[in-house]
Design a protein around this ligand. Structure first.
Ligand SMILES: [Zn+2]
Length: 419
């Protein structure tokens, strides 16, 4: 036992092989590379398959056993001392936006691989198996359903409906997979659900960079609510109609929009209010608008605070109703907030502190496969900063040091959990 403890402590202190991780990121970044310096690896496309095949070859070289499932998720398993034990699963996604960056998704998958490679270097056994996963169609760019592979894995989306999804003006996922000889030849994953899931990802926002900390421990994701808003007034001539005699739908909409902004600001820093669509009717320069239709997107990590933001906007609407406008706010869609596992977050915080690093806890504004996984197994996420918070953009950038730091935390945590 003592011998094992010493080996473990040594391994943890050693961290990951930064050069190897960086080289793998560079090599994968050359697959589907765009002129602008980013990547285009749309789900199930030839470039995506090429990237996946490269990843699979690296996994096999590392002695991992590779399997897949009905939707094309890829699993690479490093066996543990107890082969019946559920795995510690690490991963993210290898698909990208049409004009995506090199690190979104790829970083989490390759950092997972680096953890396995590092355990190999050190000749280290773990009690639990380690499983690296690459989720299919995370982006939802080509097939309009984000987090698809992880949703199918977690039983949130039926496989049959996922397979039937069609690319815009193109083939279904089922057709793509039928043409994919490499996928067809892979064994199907047989194992039970993992014991825990960890995802390392670039932040895709500006918080960590602004705070000058190398690590973010993700608390969960923001709850999202979408509304369709209609402000109805009365069309009138822009000249003869005095201001007090008007029922101007656009002026009402403007007040409503500003109230949404103020309400989100009252619940800073995690309140969000966005009006991304606005349609005016009749849309003439010298007519007081009679009707305005808006989209409204409200977010907060805390449902009670989101309720309060929503109520402020509704109250502003009721106030306008009394002034002769008719405001209708109907909910179009919602996604509840997700809370990551507090015990796992505790492990991440311990690992970060043991490495002598500063961190902040923050919610993720974007969706991730970890949200799917959190519905069935204990799940947590680590963020590293990215340059200017820019993502879904060829300019997406991280440094080798940042990549190494995040992978070190992942490695330390995995050693802790799996041994
Ligand atoms: Zn991503």
């Amino acid at each position: 036992v003592k011998h094992r403890e010493i080996a473990k402590a040594k391994a943890v202190a050693a961290g990951v092989n930064s050069e190897r991780l960086w080289r793998s990121l560079e090599d994968l970044g050359s697959v589907g590379a765009t002129e602008a310096g980013g990547v285009c690896r749309l789900a199930y496309s030839p470039a995506y398959r090429q990237g996946r095949d490269l990843f699979v070859s690296w996994c096999r070289d590392a002695g991992l056993s590779v399997s897949t499932d009905g939707i094309g998720n890829i699993f690479a398993r490093r066996q543990g001392r107890n082969p019946q034990a559920p795995s510690i699963m690490l991963g993210s996604h290898l698909d990208s936006q049409p004009s995506g960056g090199r690190y979104d998704g790829a970083y989490g998958v390759l950092a997972g691989l680096e953890v396995a490679r590092r355990l190999n270097d050190l000749g280290m056994d773990t009690e639990f198996p380690i499983e690296i996963v690459s989720w299919a169609n995370e982006e939802g760019a080509r097939f309009d359903r984000p987090l698809l592979g992880s949703s199918v894995f977690c039983g949130r989306t039926p496989l049959s409906s996922a397979l039937a999804l069609k690319a815009i003006g193109g083939e279904s996922i089922e057709q793509e997979l039928n043409d994919d000889l490499v996928w067809r030849a892979m064994p199907r994953r047989q194992e039970s659900l993992p014991h825990a899931y960890l995802e390392l990802h670039i932040e895709q926002g500006p918080v960590l960079e602004a705070a000058a900390v190398p690590i973010g421990i993700v608390t969960g994701t923001l709850a999202v609510r979408w509304y369709d808003v209609i402000v109805a007034g009365e069309e009138a001539h822009a000249g003869p109609t005095p201001m007090l005699a008007r029922r101007d739908a656009m002026m009402g909409a403007a007040e409503l929009i500003l109230e949404a902004r103020d309400a989100a600001n009252r619940f800073a820093p995690h309140g969000r209010a966005t009006v991304g669509q606005c349609m005016l009717s009749p849309g003439s320069r010298n007519v007081v608008p009679g009707e305005v239709r808006l989209s409204l997107d409200l977010r907060h990590e805390d449902e009670a605070h989101l309720d309060a933001i929503e109520e402020s906007v509704r109250e502003a609407g009721r106030l306008m109703n009394r002034r002769g406008l008719h405001v209708q706010i109907s909910e179009a869609w919602r996604m509840d907030a997700c809370k990551f596992d507090s015990a796992l977050r505790g492990h991440l915080i311990t690992a970060t502190s043991q490495n002598g690093l500063a961190f902040v806890e923050l919610p993720s504004g974007a969706g991730h496969d970890a949200v799917s996984l959190s519905t069935i197994v204990p799940t947590a996420m680590i963020f590293v900063p990215c340059l200017g918070g820019i993502s879904h953009n060829p300019a997406e950038s991280i440094t080798q040091q940042q990549a190494e730091t995040g992978a070190d935390i992942l490695f330390r945590t995995v050693v802790e959990l799996a041994t």
